[in-house]
Design a protein around this ligand. Structure first.
Ligand SMILES: [Zn+2]
Length: 67
C-alpha cells in the first residue's frame, strides 16, 4: 500500500470521489495584524453530495505571528 496517496472518504455519504475547489476574490483570508496579501482558500469537496470535507489556506506561513 502506498501511504502517500491518502484516501479521503466523505464522512456524510462515504463517497470516495473528492474534488478540489478554490476560493478567491472576496473570499481571500487575510492575516489579522499585517498589511500583507492574503491567501487563497482551498476546499476538498465531495463530488457526490457537495459536503466540504476540508478547507485550508494555500499559504499558512502568512499567518505566523498573528495571534
Ligand atoms: Zn459526500
Amino acid at each position: 500500500m502506498d501511504k502517500s496517496a491518502k484516501e479521503i472518504t466523505c464522512p456524510k455519504c462515504s463517497g470516495k470521489e473528492i474534488g478540489v475547489g478554490n476560493q478567491s476574490g472576496y473570499a481571500v483570508m487575510y492575516p489579522d495584524n499585517k498589511m500583507s496579501l492574503g491567501s487563497k482558500i482551498k476546499y476538498l469537496i465531495c463530488v457526490e453530495c457537495g459536503f466540504i470535507i476540508e478547507s485550508y489556506v494555500e499559504k499558512p506561513e502568512k499567518f505566523k505571528g498573528t495571534h
